[in-house]
Design a protein around this ligand. Structure first.
Ligand SMILES: Cc1ncc(C[n+]2csc(CCOP(=O)(O)OP(=O)(O)O)c2C)c(N)n1
Ligand SMILES: [Mg+2]
Length: 618
């Protein structure tokens, strides 16, 4: 039996009946579609959604990049068992999704992108918004997606969907392969009809299997671990996606092994005597101290970015060995680790079983390291004369207001680093710190996606800087439109202050990072601060908005935001250059090797000296 449908109608009908299943729990794999229409998709995917989209609700964002971030937030909250689709028009509508695609792929989170493309039949000559490639006539701007997607396809004939769609679902839902999946749709093809096999539209369940560890890999990992005297577990996003928190806590507690978290892995374990908090450049000094002396490091579900390994300078024990537990073989083998290519939950349980009789006790070492670090954090909270509220005080006040079911979201500027360092993911609450692509503008839409995936969530607390707010605040309108409740905590520090601080530390000067007026003849804006009324801006978009005066004001604002049905924006005017205590870890970045300024050369020299801690891990 066949069904006559357009390409776009077949796509919509197919997506509406796909389900995923993990551990016996079934859910819609792609339960909604975001999109902005233009001539490239309005009569294609747009028509298909209006006629066949009853089971695939349409959500209208205000920016195509943002809708991809929303899909990423959704996927994170759904622990990679589901995501959202995104349709965009030809040209700029589609290329606007590129940054979102890269964010998804870097974070190993599934999103389904449907950029529209030029005509397949080329009858019209160059069409509106077509870039004519001088040497590759069949290329379009959508070929840029190849580099930032885990899977790319272009549909030029309707029947190509029959093979393309199942492969799309397979990649999206495979934990080892997932990321952005991009299916470019020629605009004429979207409307072309075909007699599709009816089975294509039968409900289909995609089983997300847990890959067990291979016996040989497990044995090799156990041999290393049994000899460990100062082991450490690094918990990455894989622990969260695999829902392996209980397995991690059980292994850690049974064997007395401390746990440190990456940004994506924030919230991998409830606070307790073995949790060291964040690791690396944005980590706690406690975690970094334990890491420096670790002799065996078990890296679970982490891509080991430079922020985690302190640019390969963190682990200083001369004989340090690594075990890499990851569904993705390339990640499992990093740092010369003994790889265990497997699902985190199964692998952790097997490691625990294999370590029966083994124990170490690092509790005293952890206690000493954390006590020292926590007293540094506490001391930093003390107000200093003449200072506004500090970011550290905002985080602490926020953290004290968190209840089970609440989510914290951060991605760029100082919040993600500060929060990896200072935030306690209290039992029953969740964190989403996107620090793989650390994309300014991710936060508000990601919060939206989280709220869509978890209607039962308490507060979705989105912590952003003023820079991020100015770059991407428009999804607040979408939040109002859809009745999706967010509480945005905006740190108004008058500029790109995290970068400004980095700039001062590495070059000795501040240049082009604060929101200042231009003085006549100045080479960069360096006059008086620009005044922006963020609360008025948020109110104009339909949000409840408030300026929090000091810590008490913030506490009150958070309480009223919780009762407020509309999205809320709480503006915190904070001290501009007042970073949290540093992690003590080195971070490598490109520094100037020539300058007429002796201070620049001295700072570069100091940087190179610190870089001597970098090691090869083979
Ligand atoms: C899209 C994007 N552009 C540029 C950057 C580089 N960058 C990282 S932090 C930052 C400043 C962010 O400013 P703000 O949101 O005000 O946070 P603050 O640094 O002041 O805490 C910039 C420009 C980025 N991460 N993402
Ligand atoms: Mg700022």
């Amino acid at each position: 039996m066949t069904v006559r449908l357009t390409t776009a109608q077949a796509l919509v009908r197919f997506l509406a009946v796909q389900e995923s299943e993990r551990d016996g729990v079934r859910r819609r794999a792609v339960p909604a579609m975001f999109g902005i229409f233009g001539h490239g998709n309005v009569a294609g995917v747009g028509q298909a959604l209006s006629e066949h989209g009853a089971a695939l609700p349409f959500v209208q964002p205000k920016n195509e990049q943002a809708m991809v971030h929303a899909a990423i937030g959704y996927a994170k909250a759904a622990r990679r068992t589901a995501t959202l689709a995104c349709t965009a028009s030809i040209g700029p509508g589609s290329t606007n999704m590129l940054t979102g695609a890269a964010t998804a792929t870097t974070n190993r989170l599934p999103v389904l992108l449907l950029p529209s493309d030029t005509f397949a039949n080329r009858r019209q000559g160059p069409v509106l918004q077509q870039l004519e490639h001088p040497v590759s006539a069949d290329a379009s701007v959508n070929d840029c997606f190849r580099l930032v997607s885990r899977h790319f396809d272009r549909i030029a004939r309707p029947e190509q969907l029959v093979a393309a769609l199942p492969e799309t679902m397979r990649v999206l839902l495979d934990p080892a392969e997932t990321g952005a999946v991009t299916i470019a749709l020629h605009q004429d093809t979207q409307g072309e009809a075909f007699d599709f096999p009816a089975e294509l539209f039968e409900p289909r369940v995609w089983r997300i299997a847990r890959r067990p560890p291979a016996a040989e890999e497990l044995a090799a990992a156990l041999a290393i671990l049994r000899g460990a005297r100062r082991p450490l577990i690094v918990a990455g996003g894989g622990v969260i996606y695999s829902e392996a928190r209980a397995a991690l806590a059980s292994l850690a507690q049974r064997c007395g092994i401390p746990v440190a978290e990456t940004s994506a892995g924030k919230g991998s374990m409830d606070p307790g005597e073995l949790l060291l908090g964040g690791l690396g450049v944005n980590g706690t000094r406690a975690a970094n101290r334990i890491a420096a002396e670790a002799d065996v490091v078990v890296c679970v579900g982490t891509r080991l970015s430079d922020f985690t390994t302190a640019s390969h300078s963190l682990f200083q024990d001369p004989g340090v060995r690594f075990v890499g537990v990851n569904v993705c073989a390339a990640d499992a083998g990093k740092l010369g680790a003994a790889p265990v290519v497997a699902d985190a939950r199964l692998a952790l349980a097997e490691l625990e079983r294999g370590l029966a009789g083994y124990s170490t006790d690092r509790r005293d070492a952890v206690r000493a390291a954390t006590a020292e670090w926590e007293s540094a954090l506490d001391a930093d909270l003390a107000p200093r004369a003449g200072e506004r509220m500090t970011q550290a005080q905002v985080y602490r006040t926020l953290n004290e207001a968190v209840r089970p079911g609440d989510w914290l979201v951060a991605a760029a500027g100082s919040p993600p680093g500060d929060l990896l360092k200072a935030w306690r993911v209290t039992p029953g609450s969740f964190a989403h710190i996107e620090f793989a692509f650390s994309c300014m503008g991710h936060e508000i839409p990601a919060g939206l996606g989280i709220r869509m995936a978890r209607a039962d969530a308490g507060e979705v607390l989105v912590v952003i800087g003023d820079g991020t707010y100015l770059m991407a605040n428009t999804e607040l309108v979408t939040a109002v439109q859809e009745g999706l409740k967010l509480t945005v905590v905006l740190l108004a520090n008058r500029g790109y202050q995290s970068i400004h601080g980095l700039q001062r530390a590495t070059t000795g000067t501040g240049f082009g990072n604060e929101f200042r007026h231009r003085r006549p003849g100045a080479s960069a804006p360096d006059g008086a601060f620009v005044d922006v009324d963020y609360a008025a801006n948020a109110a104009s978009l339909g949000c409840a908005a408030e300026v929090a005066a000091g810590v008490d004001g913030l506490r009150a604002a958070l309480a009223s935001a919780r009762d407020e049905p509309r999205p809320s924006v709480i503006v915190c005017e904070v001290e501009p250059l007042r970073p949290l205590p540093d992690s003590g870890a080195f971070w490598d970045l490109g520094v100037p090797h020539a300058s007429e300024d002796a201070r620049v050369l001295r700072l570069t020299q100091e940087h190179r000296e610190r870089a001597r801690r970098q090691r090869w891990y083979l």
